[in-house]
Design a binder for this molecule. Structure first.
Ligand SMILES: *[C@@H]1O[C@H](CO)[C@@H](O)[C@H](O)[C@H]1NC(C)=O
Length: 394
């Protein structure tokens, strides 16, 4: 794995981020700026929640999702100012759907008890339920969300805590080109009333979108550079007369098209998961450190531009990256355990401009080396500019 000091690319990203930071402060319903991260914890070797808070603060990542409501995590986030979305997991859905009392006690124990010191700003009710294999949960999802919302309302917390649920691409019957995207017929009966409810309470449509998976599903016809936000000819959607230079934007606009054709033209799409694995099995050739670095580095740059998509240019894109750590106890293919920006010891998995947690002596040395290279790069850039100006004058 290559880990060079401070590349000119990183410098540009840093400058871009610095210039964007002050305007980025306006916070939309518990999301500061455009960049968030998923703090998955299916691992027995990751740092303690207190260490994780330090890592997040040093990396200036201010929006975090967890997949449960673990109380040690909720306590560690207390007083940090970090925006947190907690998860009510699939295993609880039937229970919460069938009882308003259960919904109330869940909200009291896992949300209200930690407010306001822990900035819980959202509850993700269920994960990738619709379109998933567990069909008997389809009918419990909306009821569970309504019961949780009812509890928040009674506690007068509904204006500060947003209810959402994350969808996978499996809710769509077709997503290429974006203008052809529609929701699957067999989930419409569950989805429509949910979208109606979301429209009433002002919740966004949350999508887990992985160009990594789309590329691996069709490597012959998809240019990996298009999936990685690298420079390509992109794709053209003739129906909408729109051009896409990267796959993530196309996937998001596909969701906008599906929502529009279902009658929800104003609903915002946010990305609750996206990422790229840095290691995989022999049949997952795209899962490399180099590709994962390129995807996550370019995604950071994409988000720092504070832009919408071709179809919704004014709707500034917000993403939660998947994920903070490699998670050694996840099942499935090797890629599943290798989505982290950070290794279990808190060091970076690859360099996209974060430092990670490392021993103080090493990190100081690292910093000095970076500072040297950084000032070197600035001097070089300044000299080149002066030379170019001189050439034009002479
Ligand atoms: C959800 O709750 C409703 C109302 O109590 C009930 O009729 C329905 O069967 C429940 N669905 C599931 C899947 O538990």
């Amino acid at each position: 794995m290559k880990r060079s000091g401070f590349s000119v690319q990183s410098l540009c990203l840093l400058l871009l981020l610095c210039f964007n930071y002050p305007i980025g402060i306006l916070s939309l319903k518990g999301f500061a700026g455009t960049y968030g991260i998923n703090y998955g914890r299916i691992a027995d070797n990751i740092p303690s929640p207190d260490e994780v808070v330090r890592l997040l603060k040093e990396s200036k990542i201010r929006n975090v999702r967890i997949y449960d409501s673990d109380h040690t995590v909720l306590e560690a986030f207390s007083g940090t100012g970090l925006n947190l979305v907690v998860g009510l997991n699939n295993g609880l859905l039937k229970d919460i759907n069938s009882s308003t009392d259960r919904a109330m006690s869940w909200v009291q124990d896992n949300v209200q008890a930690f407010l306001p010191e822990t900035r819980i700003r959202g509850i993700a009710v269920g994960n990738e339920v619709l379109g998933g294999s567990n069909n008997d949960l389809y009918g419990a999802l909306l009821g569970a969300m309504k019961n949780v919302h009812g509890a928040l309302k009674k506690l007068k917390l509904d204006d500060q805590i947003q209810i959402t649920t994350a969808h996978s691409q499996a809710v769509f019957s077709n997503s290429y080109p974006p203008s052809s995207c529609r929701f699957k017929d067999d989930i419409n009966e569950f989805l429509k009333p949910m979208l109606e409810f979301f429209q009433d309470i002002g919740s966004p449509f949350c999508l887990n979108a992985y160009p990594f998976l789309a590329y691996m599903g069709d490597p012959e016809n998809i240019d990996v550079n298009y999936a990685l936000f690298q420079s390509t000819d992109g794709i053209y959607d003739p129906v909408k007369d729109l051009h896409y230079d990267n796959m993530l934007d196309a996937q998001i606009d596909a969701a906008y098209v599906a929502l529009e054709s279902a009658g929800y033209k104003k609903m915002e799409v946010i990305i609750t998961e996206t990422g790229w694995a840095s290691k995989g099995d022999s049949n997952e050739a795209a899962a490399t450190v180099s590709n994962a670095r390129t995807y996550n580095y370019n995604l950071r740059k994409r988000l720092a531009k504070r832009k919408g998509t071709p179809m919704r240019p004014k709707s500034i894109l917000k993403c939660y990256v998947f994920a903070l750590f490699n998670e050694n106890q996840k099942t499935g293919p090797t890629s599943e355990r290798n989505f982290g920006l950070f290794k279990p010891d808190g060091s970076i998995a690859y360099d996209i401009g974060y430092r990670g947690l490392s021993s103080s002596a090493a990190s100081l040395k690292d910093l000095q080396a970076r500072y040297y290279l950084c000032s070197h790069a600035i001097t070089l850039a300044a000299s080149v500019t002066v030379l170019l100006l001189l050439r034009r004058l002479l």
